[in-house]
Each structure stands twice: as C-alpha cells, then as structure tokens.
Write a protein that binds this ligand. Sequence first.
Ligand SMILES: Cc1ncc(C[n+]2csc(CCOP(=O)(O)OP(=O)(O)O)c2C)c(N)n1
Ligand SMILES: [Mg+2]
Length: 362
Amino acid sequence: MLSAVEGREVNVGAEQVTEPIRVLAPDGSAVGDPDVGLGDDDLRGILRWMILARRLDRECIALQRQGELTVYPGFEGQEAAQVGSALALGPDDFVFPTFRELAAALVRGVDPVQYLAYHRGTWHGGPYDPRATRFGPICIPVATQIVHAVGYAMGLRLDGADACSVAYFGDGSASEGDFHEGANMAAVYRVPAILFCQNNGWAISVPTARQTRGEIWRRAEALGFPGVLVDGDDVLAVYRATREARDRALGGGGPTLIEARTYRIGAHSTADDAGRYRGEAEVEAARANDPISRYRTWLLRSGRADPSFVATCEAEAEERVSQIRAGVISQPPPPAEWMFDWTYADPPATLQGQRVEALGDG
Ligand SMILES: Cc1ncc(C[n+]2csc(CCOP(=O)(O)OP(=O)(O)O)c2C)c(N)n1
Ligand SMILES: [Mg+2]
C-alpha cells in the first residue's frame, strides 16, 4: 500500500487537484509537524542557502542582460524545491541535474564560477568535476539524465553502496520516453534512485494541463513504487519527502517518485518571453506564495531566527555573489581555434577553409 506516502486526495480526474503534503502553509504557519530532524543551526542554514540562491539567480539574469552570459535559465520561485531536496542528500549520493539546478549545485558545493562557464560559453559540457561534488554535468536534452541516474543507481546497487542517485527533471520532461523507460527500470531493478520532478506548471509555453491528463506523482503506483506529491514551495516538506525517499532507497526499498509542485516566477530562460503565453495574474498569485518569505516567516515567528540573522544572510549573499560575478567576468574567451579542434581527426576541406579564413593558419 502506498497510502502512507500519498498526498491527501481531494478529487481525482483530469485536473491536477490532489492537495500536496505540507508542513508550512503559504502564510508561514505550521500545518504539519515542523520537526524534520534538523537542529536550529541547520534550520537557519536552509534560509541562508535560499537567500544566496535567489541572489545569485538574479545576478545571473543581470549578467546575461549585460552580455556576460550567453543564455541563462532562471529558477526564482523554485528555491525551496531545490535547496530542500539537495540538503536531504548525503555526500556519496549522486545528483543528475537538468540545466536549471544551480541552487542544488550550490548546496552540493559546486563552484558557481566553474558552473557558469557553461553559460558564458567558455567551456562546453563539463566545466566542473562531477566526481568532486557528486553533481553531474548540466544536461540540456530533457529527461536523458533520468536514464543516467537510474543506470548509476543500478551500479550502486550492484556495488552494495550506501548511497542513492537523484534525477531532477521538469513536468514537461515527464512526457519523454526516457522518463517512462527510466522509471520502469528503476522499479523493476528496485534501484536506490529518487526521481524528483519540479512541476512548475509549464514546459516553455505548454501548460501541464495540456501535457498530461493525470497527475505525475501517480504514475509511480502503476509501475509499482511509491509516489509522493509535495508542496514544492514548502522547504521543510520537500526536505522531509526527500529524506524519506533516501531512507527508503538506502534501506533497499527501491525508488521513489517525488512531484514537487512549484512555480517559476521568471521566463523559461533569458531567451524566452513568458508574457506571450502566460497571464500576469498567475505570476502575481505565485509571488504571494513565495517559498522564501514562507520559510522566513516561520523561522522568525518560531523564534529560531531574528531579523538581524536575515540581514546577515542577505549581506553574506551580496558579498559572495559579487565575488562570483568578478570570477565569471574575468574568464577570457576560449581560443578561437577550439571551434575547429576535437571534432574531426581529419577535418574536411570546407572546415579547413573556414579555419584559414578565421585564423589564417591553415
Ligand atoms: C530532448 C529535448 N527536446 C526538446 C528540448 C527543448 N526544451 C528545452 S527545455 C524544454 C521544456 C522543459 O520543460 P520542463 O521539463 O517542464 O522543465 P522546465 O523548463 O519547466 O524547468 C524543452 C522542450 C530539449 N532541450 N531536449
Ligand atoms: Mg516545467
């Protein structure tokens, strides 16, 4: 039976209507047990991470507008989903991200300057060492990282390792064959994997309601493993759901599908104009549901932090982000000959011609 981990069901049908599991209501009041097994220092640390993540995200958008990054996919509004899930992992767990998990990367200890080399176009693919922080390369082809995460988890199981893998993906990615194939393999081989879907309601301009008729978290039951629906803007609920999924994975209980329902305030990326397909009213509603204010309100009201702590976090974020900014803009462009290197052992004549034209060196 999956009932212990299901969301509270209020209606089932074509609409996405199940009430997600929640610890904190949008106004910051506790509606579930806020004891997720963390001490006060760690609870304050969650806010520190979310404030830093948002500050960095906004800086990245500014950097792109200033011509310092080529394109950048923002995540404002998704800080709780990313920070809460990443903090629930152990050091040996391996994360397989999409292209939007900069907040999770920060938590894992990835150097943001190296990470952003990808978006600056100074390196392609693996600007950081995935083994150092156990955070895989930025993955652009949607849903392919799910297959990688499941394969990695099969390896973990064969090795008898005390770790799990996590695949992040979006609601749109859940329509890809890779999701279905990966999720089924994860179930059949009972691998220690967490399939973590951030459902922001949109896949670029396609709303979730036109993407799928059912609810994503429910698909797990059909494949024979637990699915959980969690409020993705409630960092404590996300942390708890991910922790439980991890405990299950490490205990031999196999995979878990987590659907974290959230909303992204900004456009799909700096190359997108969301005003062409979504109304301002839903964005305003999401602003009122902000994950950082929700958590900050709870921390302050419960006496675990005071306003000076919040001010310190903001000042620290400002300082760290200005260092990151300096690191990013000091990266020189890569040598122009890289455009021609490493693709062909014997470059065709057309490419040779272009090389001579660009570099003058044949
Ligand atoms: C295989 C593949 N098809 C299409 C694209 C183009 N594309 C990039 S992001 C995206 C939508 C992804 O939506 P979702 O999974 O909900 O993630 P979100 O962008 O909302 O975080 C698409 C179709 C791609 N990157 N890879
Ligand atoms: Mg989406």
